[in-house]
Design a binder for this molecule. Structure first.
Ligand code: ADP
Ligand code: MG
Length: 267
């Protein structure tokens, strides 16, 4: 890392975080959900987010992915302030079309796989590049087949979602997100809806993505994954970051009562 005290130089040296949240607040009407989130996700980092149901984890991911507008604070993705673009030295609010363009750089995988039921596995993976990026079907198909290989589903290209197990569907969903060549992947409890015996295959795919250097924010209750694959872990409760650190430290030696109470329930 650069030793320069000049912030601009640090940015240019590539030390800039992939995601930076500064006092991020989010309210829905009178409901104050995110209450000042500060965090940084470095490039190539696997950043795990844990916390009780309702603590605001999904809301935070949705803000990062431009699906929700934050109410206060500042949030940057890949060096750009979310919701704004700079022009002539001033910040301008993004138009819907510009927001859509930004979202293409971020892949998101949900608890429910959300595949198109009327499309085969490979068609699901081709959909984004063909429809959104106007890529030729031949090019999109070639990449989609490579991605299906990568998630261990080379032989399922022609299967429809209903013919696949939950774990297989989730791996297609990961391949579909990767097809847009995102610079950041968001996982929102990707294994929570799966039968226990199917969880491992999905976690293996996520682990291999991590090994390839993908920057990932992973909301999960899989503490084994967080401990083995995570570079950083944040425990959130009631819309606030309660505790953060290296996963092994936070999981083995939680410092706060709320973290201890939560971990005693999930570990
Ligand atoms: P988590 O993912 O940690 O379980 P969420 O971010 O889904 O938590 O939700 C945090 C709180 O925000 C919940 O109380 C939820 O009901 C509320 N919430 C989320 N989305 C909306 C919305 N669109 N409108 C109103 N309340 C919402
Ligand atoms: Mg959630």
């Amino acid at each position: 890392m650069s030793t320069s005290s000049n912030g601009a130089k640090l940015v240019k040296s590539g030390a800039e975080p992939m995601v930076r949240a500064e006092a991020v607040h989010k309210s829905f009407g009178a409901a104050h959900i995110l209450k000042g989130i500060d965090l940084e996700v470095a490039p190539r980092e696997v950043f795990c987010l844990i916390g009780p149901s309702g603590s605001g984890k999904s809301t935070f991911l949705r803000c990062v992915n431009h699906l929700e507008q934050i109410s206060a604070g500042r949030l940057w993705v890949d060096g750009e302030l979310i919701g704004y673009r700079e022009h002539g030295g001033r910040l301008h609010e993004l138009r819907p079309r510009e927001v859509a363009a930004k979202r293409r750089d971020i892949g998101m995988v949900f608890q429910r796989f959300n595949l198109f039921p009327h499309l085969t596995a490979i068609e699901n993976v081709m959909e984004g590049p063909v429809q959104v990026r106007r890529e030729s079907k031949a090019v999109a198909r070639e990449r989609a087949q490579r991605l299906l290989d990568r998630v261990g589903l080379a032989d399922k290209a022609a299967s429809f979602p209903s013919q696949l197990s939950g774990g297989q569907q989730q791996r297609v969903a990961i391949a579909r997100a990767l097809a847009m060549e995102p610079k950041l992947m968001l996982f929102d409890e990707p294994t929570s809806a799966l039968d226990p015996e199917l969880v491992g295959d999905v976690l293996d795919v996520m682990r291999s993505l991590a090994e390839d250097g993908m920057t990932m924010i992973v909301v999960t209750h899989e503490m084994g994954f967080a401990r083995e694959v995570g570079d950083a872990l944040v425990f959130m409760d009631d819309g606030q970051v309660v505790e953060s650190g290296h996963p092994r430290d936070v999981l083995s030696r939680p410092q706060h009562e709320r973290t201890k109470a939560f971990l005693s329930k999930v570990l």
